[in-house]
Design a protein around this ligand. Structure first.
Ligand code: UT7
Length: 329
């Protein structure tokens, strides 16, 4: 039994924030943002919309496209760093309730931008071990809830959104998730960090006054590590599976920065028309970035049944991961 990606879905919130909007908010320009990141616009959730709402919308679409009934789903994994609640309940439990799925294994994982690939690896293990039959995995983020909109170095980068997929079993290797690799290095824990409101610095007036509830990033250092790690990662997974970059139909990198994606694609010798790019329209949506990108390519009619995708991701922790996945919708 192989695990297989059976369907995809995504949800993009309504409120759009363009680079021109940022020009009015902080000391920046459209030109700087486009040149340094490739981002032109991103979408933000409404005040009364939480991560579980974004996730539920994406999940509904993925379930509908899978043709499965709600009662067929026996596990829900939500990858997020912006859960509805700080400790509990998990966002996955709220999503299960929103969907009307009872008595299901449901939990969140925290691996920042690598969360979806981490969730995919857990779903693969569940399916291949026979423990579960149909796993709903979701990457969902309300990044606007941890972004400091006075900080021009981070605020321009992030957007909100959600993507979801159904992972199920197949005995056909041509439809399978061929391989997934995930890893981390906590030595770089301060490269992307929200310092406040955890057990180390519990929420207090002082923590809030110092804006420690917001995301901070060492952008330049993260950039350099991202390019090196993402490149090494893809060469390893291709090599171990005896594949060349020419065997890949679509390279789906984490959508953080066009310059990072471009540098990695060049090192991979991946032609530009095989690189999935959504950063221009969505910005960096952390754990939602890869499933939102897959969904956009599917809805635009570019990604076809049976095609082989190479997913590649990198994020806070630091965490990273890559996956060879046949699209099987
Ligand atoms: O998803 C998780 C992984 N995250 C990433 O992969 C993000 C990786 N990092 C990046 O994408 C880039 O480092 C950034 C886009 C965040 C920054 O680009 P950069 O080319 O590394 O710029 P920098 O941080 O070296 O800053 C260059 C200059 C600085 O000014 P000075 O010190 O040279 O005078 C910044 O203050 O650009 C300035 N700057 C800005 N200027 C206009 C920083 N942000 C802005 C801004 N508008 N929004």
């Amino acid at each position: 039994m192989y695990a297989s990606l059976k369907s995809i879905g995504a949800y993009v919130p309504k409120k759009k924030l363009t680079n021109a909007d940022f020009e009015k908010m902080v000391d920046t320009t459209d030109e700087w943002i486009v040149q340094r990141t490739g981002i032109k616009e991103r979408y933000l959730a409404a005040d009364d919309e939480s991560t579980s709402d974004l996730a539920t919308n994406a999940a509904k679409l993925a379930i509908e496209r899978s043709g499965l009934a709600l009662e067929d789903i026996d596990a829900i994994i939500c990858a997020t760093i912006t859960p509805d609640y700080f400790c509990m309940p998990s966002t996955a439990c709220i999503i299960a309730d929103n969907l009307g799925i009872k008595h299901v294994t449901a939990f969140d994982i925290s691996a920042a931008c690598s969360g979806f690939v981490y969730a995919l690896s857990m779903a693969k293990a569940f399916i291949e071990s026979g423990m579960k039959k149909n796993v709903l995995i979701i990457g969902a983020e309300k990044m606007s809830s941890i972004v400091d909109y006075d900080d021009r170095t981070t605020s321009i980068l992030f957007g909100d959104g959600a993507g979801a997929a159904i992972i199920t079993g197949t005995d056909d290797k041509k439809k399978a998730i061929l391989d997934i690799k995930t890893s981390s290095d906590g030595e770089y824990q301060d490269f992307l960090i929200t310092e406040g409101c955890g057990s180390k610095n519990p929420c207090s007036p002082e923590v809030l006054a110092n804006k420690q509830q917001f995301l901070k990033m060492k952008g330049n250092e993260t950039f350099k590590l991202a390019v090196n790690t993402l490149t090494k990662d893809v060469f390893e997974i291709l090599d171990e599976n005896k594949l060349e970059s020419t065997d890949i139909d679509w390279f789906v990198p984490h959508q953080a920065n066009y310059r990072i994606i471009n540098a990695v694609a060049k090192k991979l010798k991946m032609p530009e028309d095989k690189v999935v790019l959504t950063v221009e329209g969505y910005g960096n949506t952390s754990a939602a970035s890869i499933p939102m990108a897959i969904n956009k390519w599917f809805e635009d009619g570019k990604l076809k049944d049976g095609e082989l995708m190479l997913l590649d991701t990198f994020g806070g922790g630091l965490t990273w991961g890559s996956a060879l996945v046949h699209f099987n919708a």
